[in-house]
Write a protein that binds this ligand. Structure first.
Ligand code: BT5
Length: 245
């Protein structure tokens, strides 16, 4: 069954497609993106094949917020900043529920060092971008992840209204997306640095080669600057994984 509801928002969420169950809201959003307006939101109660980066699994049982937003910015430059804009919207929403989230470059939001949200941005250059956001709200955290993940209800000690979280997230996404479209890159970068879980910490960046050092900055393009024994390295947002040392 598909329920379509229209919210009174200017851009994001003007149209919301609500699904009880889907493989992945990102896959669904990509399949309809060419024919949808910018701002259409796909949200599902459950995903049976929720995905992280590099085909990794994203646990998506009922009770969490599994959302994908179709965006059609005129300029597709610097999508890393769009990921940051989404992460900022998530931290704003957490704040509204009394939870302090920190952004783990490039695409996670952590609370007390545990992952509460992951963001997966995909798209077709010049055409559309799908920003997928998985936020643990009232859902159970699978056993295998209980030491590394958390949820809003675990942190608050009580269930929270999924609809209120959703509405807040859509509003905040709209605000930060406008900042992105208006080219307020410095604002996005400053807030991302201020809310970073990474800057000043010893990190290990795992890619084709491994980089170990202290994360010292996020540059204008959104790359992470790491001070290593052999000099300064610049790590761009790709499929890298970042661990704390
Ligand atoms: C991410 O990937 O963090 C991006 C996750 C994006 C999920 C959203 S939900 C809506 C939309 N539709 C989709 O199909 N995806 C998007 P990555 O950085 O690769 O992290 C994946 C890793 O996070 C896994 O290998 C697990 O270790 C961990 N993980 C899986 N499920 C989790 C959960 N519910 N909460 C916290 N951590 C989780």
């Amino acid at each position: 069954m598909i329920v379509v509801l229209n919210l009174d928002t200017d851009l994001i969420g003007r149209k919301v497609i609500f699904l009880r169950e889907v493989d992945s809201t990102n896959e669904y959003a990509k399949s309809i993106a060419p024919h949808e307006d910018s701002g259409t939101v796909v949200v599902a109660e459950r995903q049976h094949s929720g995905r992280g980066r590099r085909g990794r699994y994203w646990a998506s049982p009922e009770g969490g917020l599994w959302v994908s937003v179709i965006l059609k910015p005129e300029k597709h430059e610097n999508l890393t900043l769009l990921v940051f804009a989404a992460a900022l919207a998530v931290t704003d929403t957490l704040e509204e529920f009394g939870i302090k989230g920190r952004i783990k470059w490039p695409n996670d939001v952590l609370v007390n060092g545990r992952k509460i949200c992951g963001i997966l941005t995909e798209g077709r250059a010049g055409d559309y971008v799908v920003v997928g956001i998985g936020l643990n709200v009232n859902n159970e955290i699978p056993n295998g992840l209980s030491r590394v993940a958390t949820s809003m209800s675990l942190l608050r000690g009580t269930e929270v209204s999924l609809f209120h979280v959703f509405r807040s997230l859509i509003r905040n996404l709209e605000g930060w997306y406008r900042a992105y479209v208006d080219g307020l890159y410095e604002k996005i970068l400053k807030e991302t640095r201020d809310r970073s879980a990474v800057l000043g910490r010893e990190v290990r960046v795992v890619d084709d080669v491994e980089i170990v050092g202290r994360a010292i900055d996020i540059d204008a393009e959104g790359a992470l600057i790491v001070q290593t024994h052999s000099g300064i390295k610049r790590v761009t947002h790709g499929d890298v994984s970042l661990r704390f040392v």
